[in-house]
Design a protein around this ligand. Sequence first.
Ligand code: 1YM
Length: 652
Amino acid sequence: MTEKQALTYTEDDIQVLEGLIAVRKRPGMYIGSTGTRGLHHLVWEIVDNAKDESLAGYNDTIIVTLYKDGSVSVEDHGRGIPTGMHKTGRPVPEVIFTTLHAGGKFGGGGYKKSGGLHGVGSSVVVALSKWLEVEIHREGNIYKQRYEYVVDENGLEHVGKPVTGLDIVGTTKRTGTTVSFKPDEAVFTTTKFDYELICERMRETAFLLKGIRMVLVDRRGSEIKRDEFHYPEGIRTYVEYLNEGKAALHPTVYFEGEKDNVYAELAFQYNDGYTETLVSYVNSIPTVDGGTHVTGFRNATTRVFNDFARKKGLLKEKDANLTGNDLREGFLGVLSLQMSDVQFESQTKDKLGNEEARATVEQIVGEKLGFFLEENPEIAKLLVEKAVKSAQIREELRKQREALRGDKKGKGAKKRKSISEKYTPPQNKDKSRNELFLVEGDSAGGSAKQARSAEFQAIFSLKGKPLNTEKAKLSEVLANEEFRTILEVLETDLGDEMNVENCAFDKIIIMSDADVDGSHIQTLLLTFFFRYMQELVKAGRLYIAQPPLYSVTKEGKKSDVIYCWDDYELEAALKKVGRGAKITRYKGLGEMNPEQLWETTMDPENRKLIQIALDENLPASEKLITTLMGDKVPPRREWIENHVTFEMGEDE
Ligand code: 1YM
């Protein structure tokens, strides 16, 4: 390619532009949202192409750079996108970047999507950007082409218009592709890239594509910020990273194998905790809801451990088999598959459906785990004994739970008068409307009881700090009066038998003071819900109430109150009221009378609730809870800010 392309329109071009205009008209259909998530999807989309080049075995480096002007670049050191002519008479890169879904039609069919918003092409990035430039180092030349969003003198929109040909701009000794673009402010509600978010995602990629060097550079500030991730040991190091801060029971175990065109690798390490964490991926796409590969893993571990335990006499003939749950307590592992023709089961593409994945994982894990246990008898014995103990505790719990159920039906030994004196139920039994307030302290609880709408709002006053469930055993949690009550009134059951549909409340609202103790209580409760009732958090049922921080009144006119939730609102209120304004600062819920509490914090018409959503990056949240509630001093604020999504707004 030495000649410049003529920039005249053909029929093909018009179709092309119509495709991209469609993307601009309905961005949500292509990238999910036009908020932060959608914005970052643009980056993942381009990074995915660079990752594919790594999976194909040609690329060892991906560099993402954030610039002051709001643009971002992604550089790889692969072969470089082919620069020849496409049969349409246009250069291949131009076709890739300006035709909707052009990705797979070139390059001999080996090209498959590996992640991101699966199936969205580079052209979507062009369509939603002010401009995009591709630079290709290939066969000694540096090629460059630029596409822009332009509104011409007739007011006509041109989306992804090639404003140059694929020009040769220099010579080079290396190969690779760099794509730079600036997301369009007219499309996105925010165009500010989140360094931490990109950083964590790049770290994850570095773990999964072992040996790749992932570099993130931030040139937006006065100083250049830079992070580099390179893990030659791949998911083995990932497991150690996730297990940091927990007491590991043995060195990391690693298996890999390939069968029927499915490559699977597993790394795991037990810790002295009580929860199971299995992070699974297919082609580096997180499979948050598991699927066939996870089933294969579970079948194999249960079978192999039981066979081993019986063979070694650790389980007697009369003993029941160890269950998967017993065996996986304290398990932390990463399972990663590479395969083609991936089929997802669920709409959200979070659950793998391929049958051959189950068979492969089951066989590989079955074989290798069997060997491992034989060759490491001390570790094997330790893990089996741990599982036997878990089984005993589980049996204990089952009995407790049965007793609890008996209580409720009045069949128990002593029928309890009410669930707890601290609990005030709602009058109606409307699961789709009822709300449970978890309130800090008896005095605030008392106010809330008076303030509430008795019809649909329930109050549970917590005495002091709840138990730190991160450090407690399940049996201790169940023996804890407060959590026992919460479990009982929610009616969802927990663990394997948990069913969110049965939840007696539509919303569970944590209401605590706006001070250090209050946020500690919030964190302790969030930890409980994250650990024991994650389904509830996933379902978006958990909220934090936001009491106002100030009220502003005018001297002599006490009835006109303006409530303020932050300093900006305070400033505005002071301006509005003018001379004679009086500020009241609320240090706690207790300082408000019931009417004020209802009006500002409990009334669905006026209150502000924060909805707690699980981070997309579950391992990161998991790790942070450990860091947070484990033995170290809690960096609580940071966690809350970075790892749960607060969706602020008036509800309903
Ligand atoms: C920063 C983004 O897109 N890298 C990239 C893309 C391709 C290739 C190499 C590539 C693929 C093939 C052959 C092939 C793409 N090529 C195509 C197409 N980085 C980035 N690096 N040679 C080079 O798949 O056979 C689409 S993407 F279609 F032109 F082959």
